[in-house]
Design a binder for this molecule. Structure first.
Ligand code: G3P
Length: 220
């Protein structure tokens, strides 16, 4: 499984990249606004992220019609060779994805919740399909089960182009564990979740014991 960061925060991206575990980034104008960014500067910010990340960076479109999404997708794709256009799952999004695919521009279809949505996304030409996990849990449904259905269903078909599943709306280490066990290609995670993945109480306890032993050996 590859790890993407779901963020617009440059410091978080730089830190995860320094660990050698960062394969990509997913972001959107809302995440950027949370960092105090202004929509007018979103494209410049995406370009900065693309320069740092050695891998795909998904930037979300905000248009609602096919033509708006295509226009915005072309603008985004021109920012950097590793820019992936993130498009919402809806009829206009499918139509725009088909047009962008025909122009050689890669799309990550987001806000995907069901197997039919995922198959339609892949069929329209999406290079990445992003089923959301946590938002199912939010409505007391099983997000992991939905994700596993999408992974299994997409695996049944050859779409004539590469399609990778990005497990999105990931909230916990358990989400990541389950996504990895079912073979999801990528998990896009907030930085707080990524930091938690490194930690375990037994690791902390083992480190404390090691340091205590080391003090004794050192002073003997
Ligand atoms: O890429 C956006 C997606 O990961 C959203 O996550 O936690 O807002 O449902 P969340």
């Amino acid at each position: 499984m590859k790890f993407f960061l779901d963020t617009a925060n440059i410091a978080e991206i730089e830190e995860a990249a320094s660990w050698g575990v960062l394969s990509g980034v997913t972001t959107n104008p809302t995440l950027y606004a949370r960092e105090g960014g202004k929509l007018a500067d979103f494209h410049n910010h995406l370009k900065r992220i693309c320069d740092i990340v050695d891998g795909p960076v998904s930037g979300e479109t905000v248009g609602l019609t096919r033509d708006e999404i295509i226009r915005e997708g072309e603008e985004l794709a021109a920012l950097a060779p590793n820019l992936i256009v993130k498009v919402p799952t809806m009829p206009e999004g499918l139509a725009a994805t088909k047009a962008l695919f025909d122009k050689g521009i890669k799309v990550n279809m987001t806000l995907c919740f069901t197997v039919p949505q995922a198959i339609l996304a892949a069929r329209s030409g999406a290079a990445y399909v992003s089923p959301f996990v946590g938002r199912f849990d939010d409505i007391s449904e099983d997000g992991i089960d939905q994700l596993s259905q999408v992974v299994m269903a997409l695996d049944n078909y050859d779409f004539g182009h590469d399609v990778e599943v990005i497990a999105a709306s990931i909230r916990s280490a358990n989400h990541v564990t389950q996504a990895a066990l079912m073979g999801a290609d990528i998990a896009t995670v907030p930085f707080a979740v990524l930091k938690n993945l490194v930690k375990h109480p037994l690791t902390d306890r083992g480190l404390e014991a090691f340091l205590a032993d080391w003090e004794k050996v050192k002073n003997s």
